[in-house]
Design a protein around this ligand. Structure first.
Ligand code: NDP
Ligand code: 2IT
Length: 446
């Protein structure tokens, strides 16, 4: 078999094959820096071609998405669905609509999703998709026509038993609804082909809240494990979309003070804390209405600054916007200001240099594949409810979410022990890898 002395040797192979895919390369490095040494120490995982198959998607489709705007002008965007790994179950992962979307970004997200889904303990493979379509400033009818055109092609590749998409940046309940409607029309079938649906037509309770709530359930475990507590802590959250909103809500519920939220224009600073009423103002501003976070300052007389919020003094930092939003410099500012915990709501928001800085300074840091897994976990529960044609109560699903986040936390502590401290990144990478690897080895060279 080919064995890799270290991760750089593997990255050399990945770079040669896809030299332009920098985000994908970064994600592979982040996971494999722990997996390669683990494989080298554990003979049962030294299986020919295993690592090579893990870093190559089973399938990736790219397609044209033509759509008409309200002025009668036609636009053409590019659609993607990367079906990365089906060892554990049907491909599962969200769709992102954002102008930055390209193959490298969709592949990094699908790769990370494979290990995240493994950590949930549910039977879910890994996939991701999306489009470089920019929803900003588009009318409701334009969004609907775009979603319908996207599904006119996507429907060939997805179904409730093969590949089940959901939301991500730029895709929420409204977009999932339009896509579900078009899929139903094309196939004449009412199935659980998408998750994150509205509650009236098969959506699961708590799916809307799941990623943000799950993030705080995980942070609560991290703090408990370090003999700390979320209560009374000063929290900075980036983003003001789905994940950020429900992270804020649960942080408030747990007695923390959230002093900042942001969007790509900048961030607000509310030292008194964003309370439930102020959060409702943000939700109302944002959800499908195109509002900007700076409008908060007109309502509440606080400061607004351009840029990102990482220079603010806080105890807990929750990046909930996008990839690579915390670099080394930002990490150093957070550390200087005494941050004790950094947990990722977004996917890969910290650069590898930033992660290293947190690790070296003994900041409690945990990666998205563990901390934001609550979203896809409740998606998995939505699939179960759809298959059984029933609907569980809010309390039941929330309780299951808490248990899943606690179990992921224990897996991280089990596999991430480093001289009595928890290296959450290592723990999540190894625990995620083991289940996928066991299933791939059992299924043979496919
Ligand atoms: P939303 O579209 O609801 O919100 C995204 C937020 O992030 C907005 O405030 C947006 O600001 C900001 N943002 C997006 N791109 C950038 C950028 N390039 N620079 C600065 N700010 C940016 O998305 P979600 O809340 O669903 O997703 C946020 C993150 O969480 C993503 O990384 C996603 O992959 C991850 N995630 C989402 C899950 C889910 O269930 N939705 C599950 C697990 C992870 P603006 O409006 O200015 O663009
Ligand atoms: O990154 C993610 O885990 C998501 N966007 C949610 C995926 C899902 O299938 O619910």
């Amino acid at each position: 078999m080919k064995s890799y002395k270290n991760v750089d040797e593997l990255i050399g192979m990945v770079s040669e094959r896809d030299p332009d895919e920098k985000e994908f390369r970064q994600a592979v490095h982040e996971v494999m820096q722990h997996v390669i040494p683990f494989v080298n120490e554990n003979e049962e995982y030294q299986v020919s071609g295993l690592i090579e198959r893990m870093v190559e998607p089973e399938r990736a489709v790219m397609f044209r998405v033509p759509w008409e705007d309200d002025e009668g002008i036609y636009h053409v965007n590019r659609g993607y669905r990367v079906q990365f790994n089906s060892a554990l179950g049907p491909y599962k992962g969200g769709l992102r609509f954002h102008p930055s979307v390209n193959l490298s970004i969709v592949k990094f997200l699908a790769f990370e999703q494979t290990f995240k889904n493994s950590l949930t303990g549910l039977p879910l493979g890994g996939g991701k998709g999306g489009s470089d379509f920019n929803p900003r400033g588009r009318s409701d009818s334009e969004i609907m026509r775009f979603c319908q055109s996207f599904v006119n092609e996507l429907y060939r590749y997805v179904s409730s038993d093969t590949d089940v998409p959901a939301g991500d940046i730029g895709v929420g309940e409204r977009e999932v609804g339009y896509m579900f409607g078009q899929y139903k029309r094309l196939t004449a079938e009412f199935t659980g082909v998408l998750t994150g649906k509205g509650l009236a037509y098969g959506g699961s309770k708590v799916r809307l809240q799941a990623t943000g709530f799950g993030l705080l359930y995980f942070v609560r475990e991290m703090m408990k494990n370090a003999e700390e507590s979320v209560e009374g802590k000063k929290v900075v959250i980036s983003g003001s979309g789905n994940v950020a909103q429900y992270a804020c809500q649960k942080a408030i519920d747990l007695g923390a003070t959230v002093i900042s939220m942001s969007d790509s224009d900048g961030y607000i600073v509310d030292e008194e804390g964003i309370d439930q009423e102020k959060l409702d103002f943000i939700k109302n501003l944002k959800n499908n209405k195109g509002g900007r976070i700076k409008e908060y300052k007109d309502e509440y007389d606080v400061e607004f600054h351009e840029g990102s919020p990482w220079g603010l003094k806080c105890d807990v930092a929750l990046p909930c916007a996008t990839q690579n939003e915390i670099d080394k410099n930002d990490a150093e500012k957070l550390i200087e200001n005494g941050v004790i915990c950094v947990a990722e709501g977004a996917n890969m928001p910290c650069t590898e240099d930033a992660m290293k800085a947190f690790h070296d300074s003994e900041v409690l840091y945990a990666p998205g594949k563990a901390t934001n897994a609550g979203g896809v976990a409740v998606s998995g529960l939505e699939m179960t409810q759809n298959a059984k044609r029933l609907s569980w109560s809010f309390e039941d699903v929330d309780e299951k979410l808490v248990e899943i986040m606690q179990t992921i936390h224990s897996k991280c502590t089990e596999h991430g022990d480093e001289n009595g401290k928890v290296n959450y990144l290592k723990g999540a990478n190894i625990a995620g890898f083991i289940k996928v690897a066991d299933a791939m080895i059992a299924q043979g060279h496919v």
